[in-house]
Design a binder for this molecule. Structure first.
Ligand code: IDP
Ligand code: MG
Length: 153
């Protein structure tokens, strides 16, 4: 079992729609552990770096406009296979196609405004965490509940 960290961010549409608590609730209930969180307005340079992999896509500029249009809630979550677990909880990119039961499937019907970002690999997660958080903003803490959530590594 690999304990991973993943970068999750409630996007401006999720914050505007009052879904921050719902996103956190679902990740907490899954047994993931929150180790960093803040509310910020991304500057353009950070948003461009965050989505740099999509820089040649036709939707890139609109995407950067969207993600800088209001506050976001960047977070770091930890747990066994956290990257994959979060991606499964988020659902497919397009809310119209995302399965019911997923966050995007339950709350969204748009491809750009899909409420939440989740890293797509442990390598991407490390880069995104470093982009959005200073090391001292990540909190190491232990849960007494841990033994009831998953077997020891
Ligand atoms: P992901 O967030 O599910 O990993 P990506 O393909 O990495 O999806 O795209 C990054 C973000 O860009 C998406 O979450 C969504 O907000 C936006 N996006 C992706 N595809 C499109 C598109 O075809 N039109 C507009 N926005 C898009
Ligand atoms: Mg992606």
């Amino acid at each position: 079992m690999t304990i991973e960290r993943t970068f999750v961010m409630v996007k401006p549409d999720g914050v505007q729609r009052g879904l921050v608590g719902e996103v956190i609730r679902r990740l907490e209930r899954k047994g993931l552990k929150l180790v960093a969180m803040k509310l910020v307005r991304l500057d353009r340079a950070t948003a461009e770096a965050h989505y740099a992999v999509h820089r040649e896509k036709p939707f890139y500029r609109a995407l950067v406009d969207f993600v800088t249009a209001g506050p976001v809630v960047p977070m770091v979550w930890e747990g066994p296979s956290a990257v994959e677990v979060v991606r499964n909880l988020l659902g497919a990119t397009d809310g119209r196609r995302a399965a019911p039961g997923t966050i995007r499937g339950d709350y969204g019907a748009d491809i750009q405004m899909n409420l939440v970002h989740g890293s797509d690999s442990p390598e991407t997660a490390a880069a995104e965490i470093a982009l959005h958080f200073r090391p001292e903003e990540i909190v190491e803490w232990s849960r007494t509940l841990e033994a009831w959530l998953h077997e020891e590594g």
